[in-house]
Design a protein around this ligand. Structure first.
Ligand code: DSN
Length: 425
């Protein structure tokens, strides 16, 4: 067969782009050689609808073993009682939880997207907001931290069936204990979407949502550094407080509901090549090497947020507990939108994403903020000492986004990254 040079040339270009740039998108990372190898393996050829030992197709004896290994490693890593590793993404994992625990039109509560929440936590353009009635909580303007009192008041008024903790642009640890108290008080299930800080939680550097939440969902490709995908976990103390759709206190029945909500409820055949890669990434995450990596991610984020503040930038909440920070550009550059800042930095091979900041005066297409994270650059081997230099380069571009300055910084970025290969091969 003729090689598809049209596509493989583009793959090579993307590899070069990733290699020579500074990647600061907080939800991205670089997988290991063996995670990549598992994803590009013959496991992609196999249909395996169902679950290990209960499939609708023959020939599943091998993928049964790799999926079981992925499940066991996920349980061990997070201290969970049960795991489903089939969701194709975090949004799919969240959809399965909604399908298992609510009926269309039921009320649930999540963090407002403009305050750091996620699309699938109730945005009106997403299934979560289209099929269910979403109410939300926000952060406090003075502190930039979650307003748990608001969460409690709105939960008591709105009586949601599910309260979701977690988001995609929140730099502080979550008070899972307080949220569980609120959920218990208003009769809701507590769901933790830990997609962003998943690796930090797995290694015990942030409070473990699995200890407090009825149900936890996560992606596998952010701080966890696995293939793109999702998972659902159940902790030890599963207890259903409203007991109509799901039977009270029975993890077995809840896990069966969740399994059915993933397949056949919302997905067909599982991606067994991705599940094999999830197993590899989970195995890596169980090691001390990965713990050292996560510690470095957190050190780098702290150092970087301090460097931004030293340069006069407003970092929402005054810093970070995790791997990311949210920068409000308005105090330093009142006229510059997040979109303009993102474009100028991307031209200099520094990749960030524009982001709404809490109480933003601009739309989601323009925004007043940038979200910056350290998981990917830490995988490339950058340490605390490199963070100030990166912030200096960002600041130089934003202070003078001319072609000449951008070209000068792009050269510095490329010189810094070019000798740090993505893979051994
Ligand atoms: N789009 C992801 C993020 O960047 O946080 C969440 O799905």
């Amino acid at each position: 067969m003729q090689r598809d040079t049209e596509i493989f040339n583009l793959i090579q270009k993307e590899r070069e782009r990733q290699t020579k740039g500074i990647e600061l998108i907080a939800s991205e990372n670089f997988v290991s050689d063996q995670v990549m190898e598992a994803m590009g393996s013959v496991m992609t050829n196999k249909y395996a609808e169902g679950y290990p030992g209960k499939r609708y197709y023959g020939g599943c004896q091998v993928v049964d073993q790799s999926e079981t290994i992925a499940i066991e490693r996920a349980k061990k890593l997070y201290g969970a009682e049960w795991a489903n590793v089939q969701p194709h993404s975090g949004a799919q994992a969240n959809m399965a939880v909604f399908m298992a625990c609510m009926k269309a039109g039921d009320t649930f509560m999540g963090m407002d997207l403009n305050h750091g929440g996620h699309l699938s936590h109730g945005s009106p353009v997403n299934f979560s907001g289209l099929m269910f009635h979403a109410i939300s909580y926000e952060v406090k303007e003075e502190t930039g931290t979650v307003d748990y009192d608001m969460m409690e008041t709105r939960a008591m008024e709105g009586k949601p069936k599910i309260i979701i903790g977690g988001g995609s642009a929140y730099s502080r640890d979550w008070d899972w204990k307080r949220m569980r108290e609120i959920a218990d008080k208003c009769g809701a299930l507590l769901m933790g979407d830990i997609s962003h800080p998943s690796g930090l939680i797995a290694k015990g550097h942030l409070e473990n949502a699995v200890k407090y939440c009825h149900i936890v969902t996560t992606t596998t490709h952010k701080t966890l550094r696995g293939p793109r995908g999702g998972m659902i976990l159940l902790g030890k103390d599963f207890d259903n407080p409203w007991g109509k759709t799901t039977p009270k206190g029975e993890i077995k029945k809840m896990s069966a509901l969740l399994d059915s909500a993933v397949f056949p409820g919302t997905q067909g055949g599982p991606l067994e090549h991705v599940i094999a890669a999830k197993a590899v990434a989970l195995g890596e995450a169980l090691t001390d090497d990965y713990d050292r990596y996560i510690v470095q991610v957190m050190k780098n984020a702290k150092m970087m947020s301090q460097a931004f503040m030293d340069k006069g930038y407003k970092v929402i909440s005054g810093g970070t507990d995790n791997h990311l920070m949210l920068i409000d550009l308005r105090p330093k550059f009142p006229e510059m939108t997040g979109k303009e800042a993102e474009n100028a930095l991307v031209a200099a091979d520094i990749t960030v994403n524009k982001n709404m900041v809490p109480f933003d005066s601009r739309s989601a297409f323009k925004t007043s903020g940038l979200r910056v994270g350290t998981p990917a650059i830490t995988t490339r081997g950058l340490k605390e000492d490199d963070m100030k230099g990166i912030v200096d380069m960002i600041d130089t571009v934003l202070c003078d986004p001319t072609e000449a300055t951008i070209a000068k910084i792009r050269k510095q970025v490329n010189d810094m990254m070019i000798d740090r290969p993505l893979f051994a091969w």
